[in-house]
Structure formats: C-alpha cells, structure tokens
Design a protein around this ligand. Structure first.
Ligand code: SAH
Length: 340
C-alpha cells in the first residue's frame, strides 16, 4: 500500500478534496503524522471517522527497519531495509546540533573512481517516502531532534531529482516536519542542467559540489561525469546559481595522495574559484580496500590549505566523524552485501 510519506501537503490536499474531504483535512493529517508523530490514523483525533477509514484503506504510516547499526562516540551508522535493497544513513551528534546524512538511490551510476557507493551500480531510485523516512525513522528510533540534513549518502541526488525535490518539500513543510531549508545541504557530482533547475526553484536549500579536481584533464580521470559536463559548464551554472540565489556554494575537495594534492593543483583551484561566493571543504580521504587511492599526509594537507588561504579562498578542513565505523559513503552497505 502507498506510504503516506510519499505525499506533499499539496498532493494530499488535492487527493482529499477529490474524494469529498476538505482541503484543511490535509493539514490535520500532516500535523498528526509529522508533529504529533502518530503511529496510526486512528490516533489523529481531530479528523472524522470517514476520513480515518479512507486513510486506513489507502495509505500506511510505515517506517524503515534497521538491519544493522554501527556505533561510535558521536556517530551512528544505520543500514536500513527498503524494498529489494538496503540504504545507509548516518547520525552525527555534534556539540552544536544533531545532523543526519541520507541516501537518495540504491547504488550509484556516476562512477567516481574513488567512491565505494559507485562500485555497486544503481539498482533503483529511492521513492519520496524512502528519502523522507530515513530522517523520520531515525529521529523516532533515537528520540533525538534532527536539526540538519545532508544529502550526501549513497546515490546522486540530482539523478533522482523529482523525488528529491518532493522529499525536500515535505521535510521543510511548515505544517509538517518544518525543518528550515537552510538546515539542509544537497551534494551533487555536477549534473549541470539539474543544478540550473535547482537554482530556478528559488529555494534556500544549500548546494555542495563534489569537485575534487581543478582541471578537466584530472577530473575526467577520477569523475566520469566531467566528460558529460566539463568544468567550464559547471562553473558557468554555478555562477548562474549564485547570481540567482545569492547563496554561497560549498566546494568539496577530497585530498587524494599524489593525485590532486600538489601545490600546483592548489594554485589551479585558487585560480578557478577566485572571487566567487564559494567555500572549499577539504576532505580527508576515507580509504577503502577496493580502490588504489590513499589519504594525503597531514603535511601536504596543511600546505594545500595554506595555498588556498593565501589566495583569499574561503577554506576549511572537514572534521572527521565515524572513521572507525565504515564512515565513507557506501562502505557499510558494500561490506554487508559482501558478507551476504
Ligand atoms: N553523489 C553526490 C552525493 C554522494 S557522495 C556527490 O557526488 O556529491 C558524498 C561525498 O562523499 C562526495 O563529495 C563524494 O565525492 C565523497 N566521497 C565518496 N567516497 C569518499 C571517500 N572514500 N572518502 C571521502 N569522501 C568520499
């Protein structure tokens, strides 16, 4: 049966009205599910018996079952069951807030050379409810209040654009889960036309770009997407996004030993980003047993940082969490499937 978590407020309003109910009933249902967190439609006590019956006959209030959890001090990693597959999400308890990193696809077809998720090809897109329920299910299970959502788990969010946008709409709906748009970050490997569509939504959701290389030569080698959308097109659409939204873009840059971590690369990156409303997040590589890549030394990492800093590029180094619990994107799911 259809999950109630697949529907935006507007969709539920339209469905209820076309079945003879009132538009405001949808708000009552949303408040019941997302604010009062009811487990059955019968618990929503301000709606009529006939509406309860209609909902019970057509929708379920479901959740995602946990297959496996790995815990460390500040980070818990979950493997969740979905129809014909599994997905990962990660709960991070920072001093300042609790954040969750969620997935958008089962597997990934983007084929980035260094990434564990991409080694296991895409089986399918996650549905709207499967995206939303990673947040709802973990919040319920752990009895925490999730304050930030990062969409950096398994999959390419912009390769599942329509479901992603609906899920964002549901999570930010003031009548429902009511998470601030600015508390959400979507990370993409750089699907240019979708970045434009995203800009045109005029939302406030943060955008992060997995750049990882400052030239086409190098980016072509490690990120297949660059052959479809080379750097010039990517930079142009980011200029468009910034002009349209006036929001700062985060540039993700994994430091890979002897691949993209030279001073020359740092200079090229500085030149590429100079004067743009962007922030570079340098990411220590999480080594996985299946790739030939390895982590840059602390010394080279600091040097890379210094070059950017001296060139007036806003830059930070990502604080690592969950390293001892297969923290890298896709590692938990991959090891689970191998055991099976
Ligand atoms: N497909 C999207 C989101 C998922 S990947 C994207 O490409 O942005 C989320 C981030 O994790 C990306 O920046 C990705 O490049 C990075 N990543 C993948 N494998 C990693 C690893 N082993 N160590 C560190 N970061 C990794």
């Amino acid at each position: 049966m259809n999950s109630i978590f697949n529907l935006t407020l507007k969709e539920l309003e339209d469905i209820l009205v076309s079945n003879g109910f009132k538009k405001f009933n949808a708000t009552q249902v949303f408040e019941g599910i997302y604010k009062k967190k009811v487990n059955s439609f019968n618990e929503i006590n301000n709606i009529s018996k006939s509406l309860k019956e209609y909902l019970i006959n057509n929708y379920v209030i479901n959740d995602l079952k946990v297959i496996n959890v790995l815990r460390s001090d500040d980070t818990d990693k979950y493997l969740l069951e979905v129809e014909n597959g599994s997905v990962e999400c990660v709960l991070m308890r920072h001093d300042y807030a609790t954040s969750i990193c969620i997935s958008t696809q089962i597997g990934c077809n983007m084929g980035c050379a260094f990434c564990e998720s991409g080694r296991l090809k895409k089986i399918r897109n996650l549905s709207v409810s499967e995206i939303v329920l990673q947040v709802i299910s973990i919040q319920k299970l752990e009895n925490v209040r999730i304050q930030n959502v990062v969409i950096m788990g398994i999959g390419e969010p912009f390769d599942n654009f329509d479901n992603l946008v609906k899920a964002l709409n549901i999570l930010t709906c003031p009548k429902g889960f009511d998470l601030g748009s600015r508390k959400i970050t979507v990370s993409t490997c750089g699907i240019v036309p979708k970045i434009k569509e995203f800009a045109d939504l005029d939302g406030q959701v943060n955008l992060a770009i997995s750049l990882h290389a400052p030239s086409d030569d190098l980016r072509n080698k490690i990120m297949a997407i660059n052959k479809a959308y080379p750097l010039r097109e990517l930079m142009d659409v980011l200029d468009y996004y910034i002009a349209k939204t006036n929001r700062r873009v985060t540039i993700e840059y994994i430091l890979l030993d002897e691949i993209n971590d030279s001073e020359e690369c740092a200079m090229k990156l500085s030149k590429l980003l100079k004067g743009k409303l962007m922030y570079v997040n340098l990411i220590p590589y999480n080594s996985t047993s299946h790739t030939e890549f390895s982590r840059t030394s602390k010394k080279k990492q600091d040097k890379f940082y210094d070059v950017l800093y001296k060139n007036n590029i806003q830059v930070g180094i990502r604080h690592e969490m969950g390293k001892n619990i297969k923290g890298a994107c896709g590692q938990l799911r991959a090891s689970y499937l191998e055991e099976k």
